[in-house]
Design a binder for this molecule. Structure first.
Ligand SMILES: Cc1ncc(COP(=O)(O)O)c(C=O)c1O
Length: 397
């Protein structure tokens, strides 16, 4: 028998979960139904004009293209360090404590290859961004999910984690503002988590891709404001500046961890195009477009959440991110709810929570009974979604 083409690791991944939804969406579109897509968190806004201009100018300025600097151009690392100081009061060396990433996804995925050995355990939030767990597995480590529940403000339950900590626990991932629950962590929450990590000799990785998208009175803190040693934070331009297609972000924190990530990445990629870094530096220097971005997401959040609350669903307004994590009435399965939303009268895509959460060792799936709405459709389509939700009963049948 011939060997399968895919490696064992690749074959061990769960099959693509959204094939059924994608097929139904394609069928609706074939019938010329306007589908309102709250599925994938890819902003539909254009990248702000000054950032696009900086990119164009960058193409000319760096006409001798050549390979970019592995760690990021000095001007980009300086812009990232300046942003951390200005926005968060955190002082880091752009030379040794900041490094460029190709968006955060690749760095999130690759980090365990720089830090973990086979048999180590990586603690990942459930629900949570899939590359935390898949990246751990591809490094030969074990991904151990911990649950995020509303009863604990979607924070890790440190006492429960303490009781069940695997002997070879090596790395703890956190993500605040949290995708998909929309929860933010306070400074005190982060201090508790950092103390826990220190006590158990865990490396701490913090995905802060949504740190600029918040709706409360105060900006949420970065973990770097409370801890630096054995901590690495991941920032992204993707959502803050509607730059998903540019693929640029940075990691910052403990110089040893920055050094390990850099060393790994010199072996697997050749950096972020310098003209993209020019665009990203321009984006980091400006907060005006970010304020507008927040206001737009806030308006969409309020519009959708009011419509969902009017149906009698529990209030679920996120404090940050671009997601609404909506609990459903008891007894309504999240996959069934997502299917009902695809009826032609509604034609809305939302993600079933159980498909983006990992089952915990105790058998619970923290995503069960939830739908995730990514607030990415333009405002007039969010209005239209609110109208359809009010006009078409879908929760009871
Ligand atoms: C929680 C979280 N982290 C990181 C990312 C990665 O974003 P990017 O690779 O575009 O920087 C995403 C993207 O959706 C995300 O939801």
């Amino acid at each position: 028998m011939t060997r399968p083409v895919e490696s064992e690791r690749l074959r061990a991944l769960p099959p693509y979960a959204f094939a059924e939804i994608d097929a139904e969406v394609a069928e609706l579109r074939r019938q010329h139904v306007e589908v309102i897509d709250f599925g994938v968190g890819d902003p539909t806004l254009p990248t702000p004009g000054p950032i696009r201009r900086a990119c164009r100018e960058g193409v000319e300025r760096y006409a001798d293209a050549g390979y970019p600097a592995y760690a990021g151009a000095p001007f980009f690392r300086r812009a990232a360090a300046d942003w951390l100081r200005r926005r968060h009061g955190v002082e880091l060396s752009p030379d040794t404590e900041v490094t460029a990433t190709i968006g955060s996804k690749e760095a999130v995925f690759h980090l365990p290859q720089a830090l973990c050995d086979p048999g180590d355990a990586v603690l990942v939030p459930s629900p949570g961004y899939p590359p935390y767990a898949v990246g751990a597995r591809f490094a030969g480590a074990e991904a151990v999910p911990y649950g995020l529940f509303s009863g604990n403000r979607f924070l890790p339950d440190l006492e429960a984690l303490e009781r069940s900590l695997p002997p070879r626990a090596r790395l703890l991932w956190i993500n605040y503002p949290n995708s998909p629950t929309g929860a933010c962590a306070t400074r005190e929450d982060l201090e508790r988590i950092a103390a826990f990590a220190r006590r158990h000799d865990l490396l701490l990785a913090s995905d802060e891709a949504y740190i600029d998208l918040w709706f409360g009175e105060h900006a949420p803190p970065t973990l770097l404001a409370v801890a630096r040693e054995r901590v690495l934070c991941f920032f992204s331009l993707s959502k803050r500046s509607a730059m998903t297609g540019y693929r640029v972000g940075f990691a910052a924190g403990d110089r040893e961890l920055v050094g390990a990530l850099r060393r790994l990445k010199t072996n697997l990629d050749s950096g972020v195009p310098t003209f993209v870094q020019a665009a990203a530096a321009e984006a980091l220097a400006d907060e005006t477009h970010v304020v507008q971005m927040r206001e737009e997401y806030r308006a969409k959040r309020d519009r959708l959440c009011v419509a969902l609350e009017a149906l009698g669903l529990p209030p679920a307004r996120p404090q940050g991110t671009i997601y609404v994590w909506q609990p459903l009435p008891p007894g309504l399965d999240d996959r069934e709810a997502a299917r009902r939303l695809l009826r032609p009268e509604l034609a809305m895509v939302a993600t079933p929570g159980s498909l983006i959460a990992r089952t915990l060792p105790d058998g619970r799936n923290p995503g069960a009974g939830h739908l995730r709405f990514a607030l990415v459709p333009p405002p007039h389509l969010v209005d239209e979604a609110a109208r359809r939700l009010a006009a078409t009963p879908w929760l009871d049948r």
